[in-house]
Design a protein around this ligand. Structure first.
Ligand SMILES: Cc1cc2nc3c(=O)[nH]c(=O)nc-3n(C[C@H](O)[C@H](O)[C@H](O)COP(=O)(O)O)c2cc1C
Length: 385
């Protein structure tokens, strides 16, 4: 009750776990300050380091592109709480308002993982709640990728890049608008702005499930990566536009066997990493049958409900990498809410593992992973002698 009444700060001061984001508040209010406890010291796995996208990083857990990395204060919060592979929230080439509230709702009835890629029908009420720290947390969101204007996010990004430690990596997620060559050009222009602001790795959001559309009955478009031709054109255009030194990551949704097999060999020569999965585009209704997100029937499902999709995707992605002879790093995510779910994705061969829903709902997730796995997690670099 204290949390929902706007007193999250009191709870945080006493170390009481709460979600990091006030789902009843507006996007703008939340952007100013993360909620929940901040650790006095960053949890570390001693001096062990892992190689991720050409950088030596501390324990390789991170927060992916999402509102939790929407600005400097958020990046500072999660960097301090033990996350070392952070992706700055997707930005655009011009200011873009969020979809109407609600934007983010607990999917409390979705405590079990769905079969990989299953088309989900989710019942979720804006007043639903899952106890902080529960490994069964799932959520649905429909933000529509809001963005500040470039001059604002570039300044904030510069400060955010300066706020992380040397053994932490901050990628920047970007997205373009439009169709055909216009889409490619807008992706490329936004990627160049991120590079100009100091980003050493740019991630392309090719998998957004929440882009509004007036031409589809559901009110939103399917993720771009379902169209292999358009996806490759965007990645090629961005690779040409960036300096050779800037790393490039493609973020995908869960894709079936044929789609992933067709896409990965075409992406591998162009990228330094592939990230996935994004949220699963799902039909979401309230318990009284009304849409949870008015005007948008489809929204993105994440957390425990997509865990098996993430495991399935990562297993196939790593197999394609191993078979293809072109190395790229794998940033795995989807349903990581406790040390066991982190370890399961890492064991499949991911180079780093990120968590959005878990980081939102379990403020001590990174600390718990470092405590449980910091000394034993494989594939650490040999310390310099
Ligand atoms: C509230 C919310 C906002 C998100 N926004 C973005 C975004 O802007 N760009 C992006 O690439 N992915 C976005 N995602 C997807 C996450 O980065 C992640 O791929 C997905 O949630 C699966 O991970 P999880 O199960 O740990 O939540 C968002 C997810 C959530 C929950």
């Amino acid at each position: 009750m204290l949390f929902l009444a706007g007193h999250a700060g009191v709870l945080a001061a006493y170390g009481v776990p709460t979600p990091a984001y006030d789902v009843l508040g507006s996007y703008r209010d939340n952007l100013a300050r993360p909620l929940g406890p901040r650790l006095a010291e960053r949890p570390r796995a001693g001096d062990r380091r892992w190689r991720v996208l050409g950088r030596d990083v501390g324990f390789p857990i991170g927060v992916p592109a999402c509102v939790l990395n929407g600005g400097e204060e958020w990046v500072r919060h999660f960097a301090r709480n033990g996350y070392s592979v952070l992706t700055y929230k997707t930005v655009r080439s011009r200011a873009h308002e969020p979809n109407a509230q609600p934007n983010w709702v607990f999917a409390a009835r979705q405590a079990q993982s769905l079969p990989p890629g299953a088309a989900a029908e989710v019942t979720a009420d804006p007043w639903d709640w899952v106890a902080p720290g529960s490994p069964d947390v799932s959520t649905v969101n429909s933000f529509g990728v809001p963005s500040l204007a470039p001059e604002q996010w570039m300044a904030d990004l510069e400060r955010s890049l300066a706020a992380v430690d040397d053994d932490q990596l901050l990628l920047v997620s970007v997205m373009g608008e439009g169709d055909g060559t216009g889409l490619v050009d807008d992706f490329a222009a936004t990627a160049r702005l991120a590079q100009e602001a100091g980003a050493s790795v740019v991630e392309l959001n090719l998998s957004c499930p929440n882009t509004l559309s007036t031409s589809t009955a559901a009110g939103v478009k399917p993720p771009l990566c379902l169209d292999a031709g358009a996806t490759v054109a965007v990645v090629e255009g961005v690779r040409r536009a960036l300096d050779d030194r800037t790393g490039l990551v493609a973020k995908l949704s869960w894709l079936d066997g044929a789609r992933l097999e067709a896409l990965v060999p075409r992406l591998a020569p162009l990228v330094d990493g592939i990230a996935g999965i994004n949220t699963l585009q799902s039909r979401v209704r309230r318990s009284d049958g009304e849409p949870t997100f008015p005007g948008r029937e489809l929204a993105g499902l994440s957390g425990a409900a997509v865990r098996d999709s993430a495991l399935d995707f990562t297993r196939r992605l790593v197999a394609l990498r191993d078979a293809g002879g072109r190395h790229f790093d794998v940033l795995a995510m989807g349903g990581v809410t406790d040390p066991a779910s982190f370890a399961a994705l890492f064991a499949l061969g991911a180079d780093a593992v990120q968590s959005a829903s878990g980081a939102f709902a379990a403020p001590f997730l990174a600390r718990d992973c470092v405590a449980a796995l910091g000394e034993t997690l494989p594939r650490a670099l040999q310390p310099a002698r």
